[in-house]
Structures are given as C-alpha cells and as structure tokens.
Design a protein. Structure first.
Length: 228
C-alpha cells in the first residue's frame, strides 16, 4: 500500500487502518511546482510518482487547480466527526438577486455533488469519476460550459401536472436545470413542450346530441320507476 506524501499524514502506514483513496500529483510541470508549494516537505521533494490523500486541503488552495473563469473555492466549517469538504462555486445575479449559480461540493474521500440554481443534480449527468485533480478540473469545465435550461413560455402551451411554473416560464418537474451549450432547453423540457403542443392541436371532442326518441324512452322508464 502506498503512503501519503503530505507532512503529518499517517494514511497508508500500519498504525492507521483507515482506508483512503490515493491519487498522484499532476504531471504538468507548472501545476507540479504549485503543488510543491502547497504540500512542502523538508526531507523530500514532491514528484509525480508520489501519492497523496489530503485532497480537500490541496483543492482549497486555488493556486493548485485551474478554475474556470469567475469560479472560487471555499472551505466549510466542519462539525466534529464530519468529513472535510470544499465548495467550488460561481456566483452572480439571478432574478435580481446575487446568488450561487453553480457549485461542486467535494469531500476528502473524493466523492462530490453538483448543484445548479439551488437544485441537486444527478451525478450520472456528468459521468466523471474523480481520481485526480485533473479529473476535478475536467468536471468543473463541464459544469461551467453548460447553460441554464430556458424552459418555455407558459403562455405558449397549456399547463400540465408534469410541469412547474416559475414566473412566466414552464419547466418539466424533472428538468435537468443545465443543458449543453448548443441547446437552449433540456431534453425533459423539450419532451414536455412537444406533448403539451400535441394535446393542444388535437380537436376537442364534440358532444353527440341525443335523439329525441331516446329521450322520450328515458322519460317513460323514469316515470315507470316513480309509479312503482
């Protein structure tokens, strides 16, 4: 089993039985130099063949990671016994208020969650397994490159139980929130719009007039029941 390069870390040593995920420093020379400043050791110099486990500590140093434009990092205060976690986020104006637009939460065991517009997104939507800092950078670039789903104008189509109105816009209840840059609307909302427009285009069912003879027969039957 490898041992962690970080000073003071006991991960990988016999006295520490806790299982941790190890990862290698970047091979890029410039990034490797930044890592050396983040986790220095007097007796040995960090190289790309070393192994580390203190992932969150390295991520916390923005000098050691390539962040997309306007993204920032923040370390959350931990309760006793809780896992260490770092938030990487981008904030801006939304509906007239300054808010966190997108965020990626990373724990020290290298699991993560993605939020957009305050909604937790399916991890399967990104299909990225973090095994290195480069994987995290790739995930951030994917999240950064995606656009917010525009939904559709609620005045264009009828409402539906499958839809949710936000202001004057209709979204599918399972809206992906984020969509690829070349699309304005996510697949779930596209499907909702198509179904609603299809229903709206169907001709309304006309009431079939009841023949006068049938009405007289019904009246005769009703009068017989009343007389009995």
């Amino acid at each position: 089993m490898p041992t962690c390069f970080a000073p003071g870390s006991t991960s990988g040593y016999r006295k520490n039985t806790q299982k941790r995920h190890f990862f290698a420093p970047p091979s890029d020379p410039e990034l490797l130099r930044k890592w050396k400043r983040v986790i220095p050791r007097a007796d040995k110099e960090l190289s790309k063949t070393c192994k580390c486990t203190d992932f969150a500590e390295i991520v916390e140093s923005s000098a050691a990671i390539r962040l997309p434009a306007n993204w920032r990092t923040a370390a959350l205060e931990e309760e006793p016994g809780q896992r260490r976690q770092i938030v990487l986020y981008v904030a801006g104006m939304k509906a007239g208020a300054y808010t966190i637009l997108k965020s990626v939460v990373v724990w020290d065991d290298i699991t993560y969650l993605v939020h957009a517009n305050g909604k937790l997104l399916r991890q399967s939507s990104f299909d990225v397994e973090i095994r290195s800092l480069q994987d995290l950078e790739a995930l951030l670039q994917i999240v950064h490159s995606k656009n917010f789903c525009l939904g559709c104008s609620s005045s264009d189509v009828a409402t539906s139980r499958a839809g949710v109105k936000v202001g004057g816009t209709l979204f599918h209840r399972d809206c992906s929130v984020l969509t690829d840059a070349d699309k304005g609307v996510c697949n779930m909302c596209i499907s909702l719009i198509k179904n609603l427009k299809k229903k709206a285009s169907l001709p309304a069912r006309k009431k079939v007039p009841v023949a006068a003879s049938v009405l007289r027969k019904r009246e005769t039957v009703d009068s017989c029941h009343r007389s009995t």
